[in-house]
Design a protein around this ligand. Sequence first.
Ligand code: ATP
Ligand code: MG
Length: 454
Amino acid sequence: MKPNILIVDDDESIRASLALLLDESYKTLEVSRGEDALEALNQTHIDAVLLDVKMNGLDGLETLKLIREHHEQPVVIMLTVLEDIKTAVTAIKLGANDYLRKPYNKDELLLTLERNLQIKNEHNEIRYLKSELDRVTESKIIIGQSAEIKKVFTLINQASQSNTTVLITGETGTGKELVARELHKRSPHANKPFVIVNCATIPRDLLESELFGHEKGAFTGALKQKLGKVEIANDGIIFFDEIGCLPIELQSKLLRALQEKTFERVGGTVTIPTNARFIFATNENLKQAVKQNTFRMDLYYRINVFPILVPPLRERKEDIPLLVDYFLNKYCIEQRKTIFHVSPPTMDHFVNYSWPGNIRQLENEIEKLVTIANAAMTTITPDLISEEIRETHSTDFSTEGGLLNDALESLERKMIQKALHKFNGNKTKAAQYLGISRRGLHKKLDRFGESLEV
Ligand SMILES: Nc1ncnc2c1ncn2[C@@H]1O[C@H](COP(=O)(O)OP(=O)(O)OP(=O)(O)O)[C@@H](O)[C@H]1O
Ligand SMILES: [Mg+2]
């Protein structure tokens, strides 16, 4: 996308020669008066202004002052005559980015323009990075070796090499944000911003301005122009977390930003292009939301182009010991404690527990254990772990009767129930999974009767 340059000069031949010079790398717009420059800035997205100082009507300095009252973003480069250095200094004080002496040198002009546009971009990125510094410095990696997580890695790799819109789904705490960050790290946008918008936590009435920015005076309290996250994410990735919470009235604006790659700031009339790549995440069932008319169907299809499902932890239990070790290390180092281990029975509890809060819950559990552990401790025993986790054990028959047959039947029942749940009630698949015939499964189901809930 070529940047838009506004040429403001009352000398037609200078405008024409500048336009010709810039034609290869930029889109240009020419006006002859300061008043027209302000009008153009209110109507079109402008990346830089080349502004002549001596003009009839509003002169360059007056125009500059008015530009800066409303427009913080565009680069402004003044064109002054050789002996007019004082004016140049005033211009810089008023917010011009640079100045060039007339008659200008072509190479110098091109270089000055390019350098200032680059500085502006970097400035925007730095501003974003500063606010996100703590997240950025904390480099997190995705731990896991199960077939399920390997599938996720394959999808991340495929998605990272294209510009497709990605929708990451999964239960709470499964690592959706982590997946989005990993995708960013592996993509060509890696050194560009990764901007997060959490649609569930930003107050509804601030969301539009957070996303798309606002103009000065757009509403009470809008004292300055503000850039939205979509604009800050330009050339990078914008990650919409909890997209199911985006109010319906903002969904059409987002759809347009996705389809046409343009948007307007709140209270603004200028159409701004965006190069950002859009990634979404949700732990809500968006199809259901579409049925209930709380989520636009067209938006759903537009964002669900490349789905990545992050499986719950209970479906990749082999990753649990790896994650336990990883978090133990992490928190022992963080809390400056000697690294210790969990005892085998403790690990059994961890592996057998269903982790409704997924990896976040596991991480919190380990952090708590490291916090309460004292220096004399070398291993973590089951008595230290949360009661809820200690109480679940698939081979815990303490509550069953004393007869072996009763215990075996109870185990059978639990395993069949789990298998049927895993395959949404599909008996052929459940039987295969359990290593018995479909007929065998039917017999057992008849025996257990109605008491078995899937
Ligand atoms: N595979 C993993 N390896 C290491 N840490 C992980 C893994 N998955 C998740 N985590 C950690 O678990 C926590 C929760 O992950 P994350 O915030 O990405 O989940 P989420 O799916 O976005 O959750 P929510 O739906 O609640 O927003 C984070 O601290 C994250 O670093
Ligand atoms: Mg999240």
